[in-house]
Design a binder for this molecule. Structure first.
Ligand SMILES: [Zn+2]
Length: 80
């Protein structure tokens, strides 16, 4: 059973304990004890990355648009 130092009294406390048996301080926050908050974060990150890729894909399609490529091409001229 791993032990951590209580941030209040610096005594060793089991990581399974919700509060310090020595001083009664709450040891872990909801977020470190409970990993369920990771799910919405992962979903948000996935949506964000997906949206970025989608936007990049649209930009690349715009770049490959024929009208865009019809712009006059400047060729180097020799021997004016
Ligand atoms: Zn303590």
């Amino acid at each position: 059973m791993p032990l951590i130092d209580c941030r209040e009294c610096q005594k060793e406390v089991s990581t399974d304990a919700k509060s310090c048996p020595h001083c009664g301080a709450v040891l872990k926050s909801f977020f470190s004890r409970n990993k369920f908050w990771l799910v919405p974060v992962l979903v948000l990150v996935t949506v964000w990355i997906g949206g970025t890729l989608f936007t990049m894909n649209r930009m690349m399609k715009k770049f490959n648009n024929p009208t865009f490529n019809n712009a006059p091409i400047q060729r180097p001229e020799f021997g004016n």
